[in-house]
Design a binder for this molecule. Structure first.
Ligand code: DOR
Ligand code: ZN
Ligand code: ZN
Length: 420
């Protein structure tokens, strides 16, 4: 199959090229290639997008999402590979759940699904999970996402064990004693709404601790969903002195501020919370200067009933797979923060590098994982169009640029936009 006449996003530039796919591999890049294929005039080809932080909810919370609906949302959003967090029921803390997720994802057969194992048994923060066994079964990282490991000694041990198995710890940074029931950022809008706030330090203290552990132990660590200006600064300084720290943020942290909570729309409730303009600007700068390596969705689908309650009682999270690319392209590339190759790195090559996954680049002999988009198409986000079971988005009605037309995994078209 030939992908013809597309603007191809390569490592350091965009080139008009044809791409020949053979046996699931990129076999040739050139001009005027002959053979059957897809005419992509006016379209742009990215290396298959990789989301290293999603919640698929299966097993246990299939009312919110399952591996089939989450995979469908992923390919519709342009993702060829996704990594799923372990806060399932049962928790993904053993090889049986890891194997289950892999076999179910294979049956579904849309995108590549890479399970992330828990750090502790049951995510209870007491005993380390069976990290080696999970790695052998196919886990690509460990994380306690949804919370932090409160006990620092246990976390240090987790980092050492993980490193022995060639896995990274992905750290959700939250000091529970400081959050203390807070549901939004503490500031003007928490006062205005009367909603209980939590301060930046609740996130920053844990970012600082993970950096301290990584530095002391000379081990790598990855910081999840950075939301504070001060967290960006901690990571920037740590990188400057050689600490092996990488970090991610999400579209909602560089697009929205806590002004959005004034609506009391529970779709704005997310953990960590939406912060202030100075945080949003610092996150843009962190993406620009390389402090923040990856853009992830933290796709956190919830059932309507989990959100259709008072703000204090609503579940935390945003359904992000179907809006991430367009929000990122609109905010970052149209906004002049990143070039197209830089955006491709944040959404594909860097997540692959952090986790040691295949993919991330359009190059000869690489797997033919490709995302083909129309960058000029403007569309309006409508959660009723989501194929994810989670319709929970604070972006309903927002106009964005960049529409996914085809998602190709190992040379097979797994998503193709239906023309109205
Ligand atoms: O908003 C969030 N939702 N943050 C998390 O850390 C967990 C996630 C979820 O699982 O719903
Ligand atoms: Zn988290
Ligand atoms: Zn998460």
């Amino acid at each position: 199959m030939i992908i013809r006449n597309a603007d191809v996003v390569l490592k350091d530039g965009v080139k008009k090229l044809d791409v020949r796919i053979e046996n699931g591999i990129i076999a040739e890049l050139g001009e005027g290639l002959k053979g059957e294929g897809i005419d992509c005039t006016g379209l742009t080809v990215f290396p298959g997008l990789i989301d290293m932080h999603v919640h698929l909810r299966e097993p246990g919370f299939e009312k919110k999402e399952d591996i089939a609906s989450g995979s469908a949302a992923a390919v519709k959003g342009g993702f060829t590979q996704i990594c799923c967090m372990p806060n399932t029921r049962p928790v993904t803390d053993n090889k049986v759940v890891v194997s289950y997720i892999l076999s179910r994802a294979k049956e579904v057969g849309l995108c590549k699904v890479r399970p992330i194992g828990a750090i502790t048994e049951g995510q209870e923060g007491k005993n380390l999970a069976a990290i080696g066994a999970m790695k052998a079964a196919g886990a690509v990282a460990i994380s306690e996402d949804g919370r932090s490991v409160a006990n620092s000694n246990l976390m240090a041990n987790a980092m050492m064990y993980a490193a022995d198995f060639g896995l990274k710890c992905l750290c959700h940074c939250e000091d529970a004693s400081l959050v203390d029931g807070g549901v939004v950022n503490e500031g003007y809008y928490s006062t205005l709404t009367g909603l209980k706030g939590s301060i930046r330090a609740a996130e920053d203290i844990m970012i600082a601790r993970e950096i301290c552990l990584a530095e002391s132990l000379s081990l790598p660590v990855h910081i999840c969903h950075v939301s504070t200006y001060s967290g960006v600064q901690l990571i920037r300084e740590a990188k400057a002195r050689g600490v092996q720290v990488t970090a991610e943020t999400c579209p909602h942290y560089f697009t929205l501020t806590d002004e959005a909570i004034a609506s009391f729309d529970t779709n704005t409730k997310v953990n960590p919370p939406l912060r202030e303009e100075k945080d949003r600007l610092a996150i843009l700068e962190g993406l620009r200067d390389g402090t923040l390596d990856c853009i992830v969705t933290d796709h956190a689908p919830h059932h309507f009933d989990d959100k259709n309650v008072e703000y204090n009682l609503a579940a935390f999270g945003i359904s992000g797979l179907e809006t991430s690319f367009a929000l990122s392209y609109t905010q970052l590339v149209k906004g002049g923060v990143l070039t197209l190759p830089e955006l491709a790195r944040k959404m594909s090559a860097n997540p692959a590098a952090v986790l040691g996954l295949q993919g991330g680049e359009i190059a000869l002999c690489a797997p033919a994982d490709l995302t083909i988009v129309d960058l000029n198409e403007e569309w309006t986000i409508d959660p009723n169009d989501f194929v994810s079971k989670g319709k929970n988005t604070p972006f309903a009605g927002r106009s964005v640029f960049g529409r996914v037309k085809y998602t190709i995994v190992d040379g097979e078209v797994k998503y193709r936009e239906e023309r109205a």
